[in-house]
Write a protein that binds this ligand. Structure first.
Ligand code: CO
Ligand code: CO
Ligand code: CO
Length: 319
């Protein structure tokens, strides 16, 4: 849906560049960063669902290099089917996760609705000169991903009762993990560009970054971190329609090396909930970024590729 562009010099990041959050300058040294995200249940445990929805909603603030400060709950639930206790448990999961993030929940709104959904509008702060957009990637930059892929396929398998319990536990841990440590590390080291990996999958969000930055990218498929066991699920055709439609879209600008197997191609397009940060860092600071990420606790972080000058907007996926 195309919204009308409203020229306003205080809007530092608006809707035009498909970035993670909007940025509005308040003073010479302060800008606010705003985002909103809500989701339907993906795991059966209501507390974990609340925590995942909160980690997912706050992630867009981290992806901009900002510090989240306040949040508002958005809840819809069918009051005839869902008990207030269950809703309270979802909200507790969200509240505890935001407390971990240092975010104050200062309000919200609940609507009676046929589907249970939960999420938040989150506000952050950042120095106007320290905003990290998806538009700053430069040829030669190293691409780093901070969480393993596969939550879309695993969540799809949960709905079909076909995900093994250990995979559910692993995906829940990955999705509940805040991108705070990863964001702290990238701000400390200094990077060129960042976005988080969510509904369009790794290659979809990488495409947004390279289009905004007017560059191309290479991805080393075997280096991309995956949740253990997810390729087996995908090989059994357990993955969401969104992975298929994401892949149809990325096929238009992606050159797949023939040795990259089909399940791995699907994994690179799998829609993620509360996915990791995708960071473009100058090559000379890549080792420092990796070390800082691991030291701060973003233990899944890996180098997955690099930025190239051209073809602009294209991705080459190598084995
Ligand atoms: Co995002
Ligand atoms: Co978002
Ligand atoms: Co960003």
């Amino acid at each position: 849906m195309a919204l009308p562009k409203v020229p306003n010099p205080k809007v530092l990041v608006g809707i035009e560049t498909a970035d993670d959050a909007g940025v509005y300058q308040l003073t010479d040294d302060l800008a606010i960063v705003q985002t909103l995200d809500f989701i339907t249940p993906i795991v059966d445990d209501p507390y974990a669902f609340g925590a995942i929805a909160a980690a997912n909603a706050v992630s867009d603030i981290y992806a901009m290099g900002a510090t989240p400060i306040t949040a508002l709950n958005i809840v819809t639930y069918p009051s005839a089917e869902v008990t207030p206790d269950l809703v309270a448990t979802v909200l507790q999961g969200g509240y505890d996760k935001l407390t971990e993030a240092g975010v104050a929940v200062i309000g919200g709104h609940t609507v009676d609705n046929p589907a249970l959904t939960y999420g938040l509008s989150v506000t952050g702060i950042v120095h106007p000169q320290q905003v990290i957009t998806n538009a700053g990637a430069k040829p030669g930059d190293v691409l780093v991903l901070t969480k393993p892929l596969g939550t879309g396929a695993i969540n799809h398998g949960i709905k079909q009762d076909r995900t093994p319990p250990e995979l559910i536990a692993k995906a829940t841990e990955v999705m509940m993990t805040l991108n705070k440590a990863a964001a702290d590390a990238m701000r400390e080291v200094g990077v060129h560009a960042c976005t988080d990996v969510t509904g369009f999958g790794l290659l979809g969000h990488l495409h947004e970054m390279i289009v905004a930055s007017q560059v191309g990218a290479r991805v080393f498929a075997s280096q991309v971190p995956l949740i253990d066991g997810v390729l087996d699920l995908i090989a059994q055709r357990i993955y969401p329609g969104g992975a298929r439609s994401n892949k149809r879209y990325v096929d238009k600008f992606t050159f797949w090396h023939e040795e990259v197997p089909e399940p791995l191609r699907i994994a690179l397009c799998d829609p993620q909930t509360s996915g990791g940060l995708l960071i473009a860092v100058p090559k000379e600071r890549a080792d420092l970024l990796l070390a800082t990420l691991h030291q701060k606790g973003a233990q899944w972080s890996r180098v997955i590729g690099e930025i190239v000058a051209e073809p602009v907007g294209s991705i080459a996926v190598e084995p």
